[in-house]
Design a protein around this ligand. Structure first.
Ligand code: AKG
Length: 254
C-alpha cells in the first residue's frame, strides 16, 4: 500500500497533471513481477534482449498481470483521483532492453484515444530501475490544460510516428521521474510526457495501466474495433450506465 508520508497527492495530480513517484509495490512484489515479465517474454532476466511479442494487454491473458494491474496501491490512488467507480481499460508494458536506441517522443495520450468524455488516470510502474541512463519517464508539470495537435516526428528512432510540435515543448521544465523497483507515478490523459533512449546496460522494465469511470464511452469504430488492446473491467464500485458492454473484459483464470 502507499504509505503515509509518501508523495502521492490527488491535489498535485489535479493541479500539475501528475503525482509521484511513491513506493507502491514492495521490493519482493516488484522482484516477483520482474521475473514473471521475463518468463512471459520467454527470456532470461539475466540476459535481457529485445521483445519479440506484443507488450499490450497482458492482463487479458495472464492472471498475474491482471492482479498487478489491480494492485491495491494502484486502486487506492485511483479512488482518490477518479472516485469510487473505477474501470480499468488498458495496460501496456514499456520495456527498453539494454542499449535500445528508440525514444518516446513528447506527446499527450489523449491525442491517440477515442473516448468521450476524456477522463483517464494512468499509473506508470517501474518493476526494475528507471533512471536517466536507461530512459526514465519524463513529464512537464502543468501541461495538461489544453490539447495540442500532434505532428509527424519524421524520426526513425521515435517509437511513435507522431508527437508534439517541438516549439511547444519547454524541456527546461521537464521532470525526470527516476524510480527504484516498485515505485510508481500517476498522470492524466493530457500531460506532456515522453522518454529518452536506453543508453545503458540496465533494462528498463515498466508498465502503465489506465483507469477511467463508467461515464466514459469508448468509440470503438475509431479504435478500428481493436478489442485486443481495449477492454473494460469494473474494478471497484458500480457501473449503472453500462456504456461499454460490448467490450467488457473477462478476468483470466490463470
Ligand atoms: O514509458 C514511457 O517512456 C512512456 C509511457 C507512456 O507514454 C505512457 O504510459 O503513456
Amino acid at each position: 500500500m502507499i504509505t503515509k508520508g509518501s508523495l502521492f497527492s490527488a491535489a498535485q495530480f489535479q493541479e500539475e497533471g501528475y503525482s509521484g513517484p511513491v513506493q507502491g509495490l514492495t521490493l519482493e512484489e516488484a522482484d516477483n513481477y520482474y521475473r514473471l515479465f521475463f518468463d512471459t517474454l520467454g527470456q532470461s532476466r539475466f540476459e535481457p534482449g529485445p521483445a519479440r511479442i506484443s507488450l499490450s494487454a497482458w492482463h487479458h491473458r495472464h492472471r498475474w498481470a491482471y492482479e498487478l494491474a489491480t494492485h491495491p496501491s494502484i486502486v487506492g490512488a485511483m479512488r482518490q483521483i477518479l472516485g469510487e467507480d473505477l474501470v480499468l481499460w488498458a495496460m501496456q508494458f514499456w520495456y527498453k532492453e539494454p542499449n535500445n536506441d528508440k525514444f518516446i517522443p513528447w506527446h499527450q495520450d489523449i491525442n491517440y484515444w477515442p473516448m468521450e468524455p476524456a477522463i483517464n488516470a494512468s499509473a506508470w510502474v517501474s518493476l526494475g530501475w528507471s533512471i536517466r541512463e536507461n530512459g526514465c519517464l519524463r513529464v512537464i508539470p502543468g501541461t495538461h490544460r489544453s490539447v495540442v495537435e500532434h505532428i509527424s516526428t519524421g524520426d526513425a528512432q521515435s517509437m511513435f510516428s507522431e508527437g508534439l510540435p517541438g516549439e511547444l515543448v519547454d524541456e527546461s521544465q521537464a521532470i525526470d521521474l527516476e524510480m527504484s523497483p516498485g515505485q510508481m507515478a500517476f498522470f492524466n490523459e493530457a500531460i506532456f510526457h515522453g522518454s529518452e533512449i536506453n543508453s545503458s546496460n540496465i533494462p528498463r522494465v515498466a508498465f502503465s495501466v489506465r483507469y477511467t469511470t463508467p461515464e466514459v464511452r469508448f468509440l470503438m469504430d475509431e479504435w478500428g474495433g481493436d478489442t485486443s488492446r481495449i477492454r473494460t473491467f469494473l474494478v471497484h464500485g458500480e457501473d449503472t450506465l453500462k456504456r461499454n458492454e460490448s467490450i467488457r473484459g473477462v478476468v483470466p483464470e490463470e
